[in-house]
Design a protein around this ligand. Structure first.
Ligand code: NAD
Length: 362
């Protein structure tokens, strides 16, 4: 496939989307159109370094808005779509699933329809090379026990409103490929971490609370396992899948970094003790760890078998968990000006205990 000249990135103001946009501007020749609604999760100044590029354009729009999508496709005439826009926080999906259904399912449907209409305007090599890349999560595969890994063939078994909405969107994307001949490609990735990660997510939350000397709330007994990938490694993997992946295929992306939540939090405590000002009385930050009631339906373990993307497309991660988490902790220490306003705006109190009923999230 020819390298796409113009890439429409949805959700490009988010955590992973902004890493994708920065990568595309810095390391490719692609023109990037960032379509983002700018919800609470948009990453503030994460795109400052690309905003002056003549290869970067921004469109504030909702992917549920069919008329806006039509105008944006007509205006920018993309060669590929990288679809990252989503509601992404599992705990919020428990308190308020409505936005997850709207954006992740209805929004993906509207985007697929707009891409189909756009494909009809393309001819020859441009039509053959067009790609719709759906960025998804390993959470669609459900929960593992102590053994085994998710492969591309693992049956879907989503457990949370978030993962069910992402599974739905994966199915829609495959159906648009089979039924309407839209050249699609999918990727399912494990948990990301790194710079510009919204303060409500586990790793930044623990860094910020640990820095402030506040209790560090660990769900359940802390033994739930996640497979962590540094966000810039994910961004590189996504570009690899878009530019070299085969139409109709899906690729699992992961970093071979399985860690219990407790081990992640202990690592952060130790890094903060080393790099941040000491706590009063010289206490270790591990003493701040507090076990709290588990998340309802908390999946026990995720682990990704990334053999296919390594074998077929030659992608491997550059960071280990040790190198990536050290970079991340240092980044948060040096970039308080980025996270402080976001933390103040949303508060860092717990959501997603299931006590909030069926209302929408704000
Ligand atoms: P994020 O919440 O940080 O960012 C989402 C972005 O989408 C935000 O900028 C937001 O403004 C935008 N958005 C939300 N609703 C929109 C709408 N209706 N129209 C247009 N824009 C909208 O999310 P993230 O962590 O960067 O995740 C990006 C994608 O990657 C998601 O699809 C997510 O499911 C997937 N994913 C995330 C992870 C992870 O660990 N964070 C892992 C695997 C896959």
């Amino acid at each position: 496939m020819a390298t796409p000249k113009t890439v429409l990135v949805t959700g490009g103001a988010g955590f992973i989307g902004s890493a994708v946009v920065r990568l595309l501007i810095a390391e490719t020749d692609a023109r990037v159109v960032n379509l983002d609604k700018l919800t609470y999760a948009a990453s503030g100044t994460a795109l400052r370094s690309v905003e002056d590029s003549d290869r970067y354009a921004f469109e504030q729009a909702d992917i549920v808005d069919a008329a806006a999508l039509k105008r944006i496709f007509e205006t920018h005439d993309p060669d590929a779509v990288m679809h990252l826009a989503a509601e992404s926080h599992v705990d919020r999906s428990i308190d308020g699933p409505e936005d997850f259904i709207q954006t992740n399912i209805v929004g993906t449907f509207r985007l697929l329809q707009a891409a189909r209409q756009h494909l009809d305007t393309l001819e020859g090599a441009r039509r053959d090379a067009f790609r719709f890349h759906h960025i998804s999560t390993d959470e669609v595969f459900g929960s593992l026990g102590d053994d085994g890994m998710f492969t591309e063939e693992t049956a879907y078994d989503p457990r949370s409103p978030y993962s069910a909405s992402k599974a739905s969107s994966d199915h829609l994307v495959r159906a648009w490929g089979e039924t309407f001949g839209l050249p699609i490609v999918l990727s399912n990735c494990s948990n990301n971490y790194g710079p510009y990660h919204f303060p409500e997510k586990l790793i930044p939350l623990m860094i910020i609370k640990g820095l402030r000397g506040e209790p560090l709330p660990v769900y359940g007994d802390g033994q739930n396992v996640r497979d962590w990938l540094y966000v810039e490694d994910h961004a590189r993997a996504l570009w690899t899948v878009l530019s070299r992946g085969a139409a109709g295929e899906s690729y699992n992306i992961g970093g071979h970094n399985e860690m219990s939540n407790l081990a992640v939090v202990e690592t952060i405590c130790d890094l903060l003790d080393r790099h941040a000002p000491a706590l009063s009385g010289g206490r270790s930050r591990r003493e701040l760890i507090t076990f709290v009631t588990d998340r309802p339906g908390h999946d026990f373990r995720y682990a990704i078998d990334a053999a296919k993307i390594e074998r077929d497309l030659g992608w491997t991660p550059r960071e280990t968990f040790e190198s990536g988490i050290e970079k991340t902790v240092r980044w948060y220490l040096e970039n308080e000006g980025w996270w402080q306003p976001l933390a103040a705006r949303t508060g860092l109190s717990r959501v997603g205990t299931g006590a909030a009923g069926t209302g929408k999230t704000g």
